[in-house]
Design a protein around this ligand. Sequence first.
Ligand code: 5GP
Ligand code: ZN
Length: 113
Amino acid sequence: MDCLFCKIINREIPADIVYEDDQVLAFNDIDPKAPTHMLVIPKKHIATLNDISEDDLALVGRLPFIASRLAKEQGFAEDGFRVVMNCNEDGGQTVYHIHMHVMGGRRFTWPAG
Ligand code: 5GP
Ligand code: ZN
């Protein structure tokens, strides 16, 4: 499949992987917007948030769970962090394989731009 993140999962494209299990992969964003900026993705290809089915709920639930675990391990969970999932064009999605941005190490403003 011609999907950048599937290629990272399949080790066809290198990435700085920080976590992996049988269902989920996490790696550092190539263009970080914070001192720590990771992407947590399901190994199953799901193009957008609009494509999540009932069968995917446990899998997708692992994304914030692993995000929090990584934040704790890396020491910024208590200070706080930002998770973002962009959907389609207006949401700013550029890679069509769902991913949770996990950003920490600085203070974020709200609302997002
Ligand atoms: P989106 O804009 O879809 O919400 O987020 C896609 C993210 O993927 C962006 O933050 C972008 O920097 C990141 N990204 C794009 N290409 C690559 C790549 O080849 N490797 C890594 N590690 N991140 C990438
Ligand atoms: Zn994919």
